[in-house]
Structures are given as structure tokens and as C-alpha cells.
Design a protein around this ligand. Structure first.
Ligand code: URA
Length: 435
């Protein structure tokens, strides 16, 4: 079959700063997914998009073209509102785990399609697999049944949702073209719109451990994604939150599940609780529930009930012992003062090297490997106090984790103790919020 356009024509148009006409966008995305447009052509186009940008119209069309390469789920038959959250990824970001059952405990269904760890950022599915028997793969029929019965599902996105994105994301990852706001927005939103949720709350991370290192870029990404969702009929809003330092005290897999369970039991670190409650409030407001307080469901056990049912429905044992790896090393303060830097990227890379992340695609993660923070950014310390504890299975992994901590921040290290207290601001901005 002859093709209506030529990839070079599309590449040259974007290279020269022109707007790509709609039919050419539809074609190039589809033809790339079919293997007609070659990887080297798409990587050249991705670089042109990264450098020249896209208009709002082009981004919307590109997103729709990616959705059209796969199926679109439909939860309209459930008889319940549906709400989902997407985080752009960070270190210690286990919020999906307590959040999904928390929102479900108010009768709003949460179809949470999640991913695996990428680089230094952890993956929700890897964390949940620390629970014996838990299955990430759920068929569309079982997903519907679980949403009706339990109200929350956290599972792997099937290959049939926006397959163009799967292929394009892998290409961007190896061609230095990930950091393009139009392409990140289209990538995230094509999957979320195809997933069929009625309400979407975005947690756009800002700081060293996030894709977006500065607030202005993060605002632009948030605004672009909120507009894409709104135009597609999804009630969409965004919180911009700090990722310059890890969230909570646990970085890894099993330890992040344990910390999430503490939050569901009414305890847990204040930052994890505050962010979980703020995102739940926004999801519930989007679904029309404005007069409820999600914090109540963490205290009265109803969120914990939903969690136990959600884990059991996917074959998991909610009472699995969540143990850490046997080798430990403590990192101690070298002076009296305050923790003035506890860098998210440094801690994330160290946890990854310790074994919490994967070495290459498809490799297993070590559930018990990772880091427990004994102090957080801004805490006062005395010389010799333990700031963090590292966990690994082998001495080799431990030494790789320790060197990653030291090399972070261009050799200045992940941790700094100084004289003046610093304060962390968790909530930096918002776009289109209703709560
Ligand atoms: N997450 C995605 O799903 N896509 C991107 O491009 C970046 C982060």
C-alpha cells in the first residue's frame, strides 16, 4: 500500500519551525507504530520537536493520534465515578499505594494503571510485588469486576493502551529526547485518556529527583496536561509538589509498602500523609464529593479495609512480612547542625544501585534493598547521629550504593549538614484545582 506522506517531509517541516498539519501528524504516529517510519526518522523528528516545540493544536492532535493506535477503556457501565492520579515520578513516591484504597473507601472507583521503575525513580508495581502472590496483570474483565466490588485496582497497563507511546518512549529514552514538554504531556495524557478515567489529578514533581528541575517548566507541563485532559472531557487538575528531597522515610520496595501501610493505619511520616490527603481531596472534589475529609478514612480504618481487599483481590497476602536486606551501613552526621541537603536524585540513584531498581529492562528488583532515612531535610542533628541507613544483599551492591551517595550533586554528596535551618515547601503551586 502506498503511503500518503513521506517522513522526511514531516521532519523537515518541524526542523524549519513549521506547524505539522493534522493529517501528517495522524499519519506519522500511526506509520511509526506500524514500522513504516523508521526509528532513525522518528528520533530525528523527536529532536526537531524538542528543539522547535509544538503548538497547543499540534500537541492535542499528536496525543489523539497516539490514543488512536490502541484501545480506549470504558468504565461508564460501572455506575460509579472514576478517578485516577498520575505522578510524573520521584524518589520515595509511594503515594499511589495508600491513595487508591483511600479514595475507593468513599465509593469512587480508582482504575490505577501503573508502571515499573525507570532509572532512579521507583515503580508502583515493583513495590507491590513485595507482597507474596500479588499479581500486576489483570484482564479488562477482572478490572471491571474488582472496581465494582472493591473499588480500587492498581495494575499494569496492557500493551493495547496507546502502543505508539510505548515504542516512542523507548526511543526517546535512548536518543536524548525525553525532556520535551509537548512529548511528555502527550505521552502521559494519551495513556490516561485511553484509560477512560472521569477525573484525573496530576502530581507534577519539581526538583532534582524529577524530570522538571524548575518550577516554570513544571507549570508549563502541568498547564499543557490539564488543557489536554480538559479538552478530552476528563476533569483534570494538577498539584505541583517538591521532589528536591525524598518523600517520606522509605526508599525502595518492601519498605515503601510498609510505610504506606503505616499511613493507612493512621500514622506514617507527615509529608506522605499530607500529600496523600491533598491528592485524595482533589480526586474526590473532581468526582463531586466536596464535603468529606479523607483524613477521617485513614483514622477510622476504612481506607485500610479497602487496601486489604484490593491486595487480596489480586492474589496478594496483605500480611506478608516486609523485611529489609541483611547488610546495613549507617551514614552519620559529621558535625552538629541541621540537614541542609538530602538530595532526592542522589538518594534515588543510591537506592537503585543497592538493588531497589533494575540494572536493565526486565531484570528483577531486590525487594528488601533500599534506604531508610533516620532524618529528613531540615531536621536538627548532633555529630554522630545516624542520617540514613542503607540495606543491600551483597557487599558489592552496598559499596555501589555508598559511592552513588558520595558522587551526587557533582561530587558534593547527597547529604549536607549546615548551620542554618532550612524549611521544605511541599506544595509549590496548582493548576485547575477544585478542592
Ligand atoms: N512519563 C511518561 O509516561 N512519559 C514521559 O514522557 C515522561 C514521563
Amino acid at each position: 500500500m502506498s503511503e500518503p506522506f513521506d517522513a522526511v517531509q514531516v521532519i523537515v517541516a518541524k526542523r524549519d519551525g513549521k506547524v505539522i498539519p493534522d493529517p501528517q501528524i495522524d499519519w506519522v504516529v500511526d506509520a511509526y507504530t506500524r514500522g513504516v517510519v523508521a526509528d532513525e526518522q522518528m528520533s530525528s523528528l523527536a529532536m526537531a520537536i524538542l528543539q522547535r516545540g509544538m503548538t497547543r493544536g499540534e500537541i492535542a492532535r499528536w496525543t489523539q493520534a497516539m490514543i488512536n493506535t490502541g484501545v480506549r477503556l470504558d468504565f461508564s457501565g460501572l455506575g460509579k465515578a472514576t478517578a485516577d492520579k498520575h505522578s510524573t515520578g520521584g524518589v520515595g513516591d509511594k503515594i499511589t499505594l495508600p491513595l487508591a484504597p483511600l479514595v475507593a473507601s468513599f465509593g469512587v472507583a480508582v482504575p490505577q494503571l501503573s508502571g515499573r521503575g525507570l532509572g532512579h525513580t521507583g515503580g508502583t508495581l515493583d513495590k507491590l510485588e513485595s507482597l507474596a502472590g500479588w499479581r500486576a496483570d489483570v484482564s479488562n474483565e477482572d478490572m471491571h469486576a474488582q472496581l465494582k466490588d472493591v473499588g480500587a485496582v492498581i495494575c499494569a497497563a496492557g500493551t493495547q493502551l496507546a502502543p505508539a507511546d510505548k515504542k516512542l518512549y523507548a526511543l526517546r529514552d535512548v536518543t536524548g529526547t525525553v525532556e520535551s514538554i509537548p512529548m511528555i504531556a502527550a505521552s502521559v495524557m494519551s495513556k490516561k485518556i485511553a484509560e477512560g478515567t472521569g477525573v484525573l489529578v496530576l502530581d507534577v514533581k519539581v526538583g532534582s529527583g524529577a524530570f522538571m528541575k524548575d518550577l516554570d517548566q513544571a507549570r508549563e507541563l502541568a498547564r499543557t496536561m490539564v488543557d489536554l485532559g480538559t479538552d478530552a472531557g476528563v476533569v483534570t487538575s494538577a498539584l505541583l509538589t517538591d521532589m528536591s528531597t525524598p518523600l517520606g522515610l522509605a526508599i525502595g520496595n518492601a519498605n515503601e509498602v510498609a510505610e504506606s501501610i503505616e499511613v493507612l493505619a493512621g500514622g506514617g511520616p507527615a509529608d506522605v500523609v499530607e500529600l496523600t490527603v491533598a491528592l485524595a481531596r482533589e480526586m474526590l472534589a473532581g468526582a463531586g464529593l466536596r464535603d468529606v475529609d479523607p483524613a477521617d478514612a485513614l483514622k477510622d480504618g476504612s481506607a485500610m479495609d479497602s487496601w486489604r481487599r484490593m491486595i487480596a483481590a489480586q492474589g496478594g497476602d496483605p500480611d506478608t512480612p516486609l523485611t529489609l536486606s541483611p547488610l546495613t551501613e549507617e551514614v552519620r552526621a559529621e558535625a552538629d547542625g541541621y540537614v541542609t541537603r538530602l538530595d532526592a536524585l542522589g538518594a534515588g540513584i543510591a537506592a537503585w544501585r543497592l538493588g531497589a531498581g533494575r540494572e536493565r529492562q526486565g531484570a528483577p528488583v531486590v525487594f528488601g534493598a533500599g534506604i531508610m532515612l533516620n532524618k529528613q531535610l531540615g531536621d536538627p542533628v548532633r555529630k554522630g547521629d545516624v542520617i540514613m541507613t542503607l540495606y543491600a544483599e551483597t557487599p558489592e551492591r552496598m559499596s555501589r550504593g555508598l559511592s552513588a551517595l558520595g558522587e551526587a550533586c557533582d561530587g558534593a554528596g547527597t547529604i549536607e549538614v549546615g548551620d542554618s535551618p532550612v524549611e521544605r515547601t511541599l506544595f509549590l503551586d496548582s493548576v485547575g484545582t477544585r478542592s
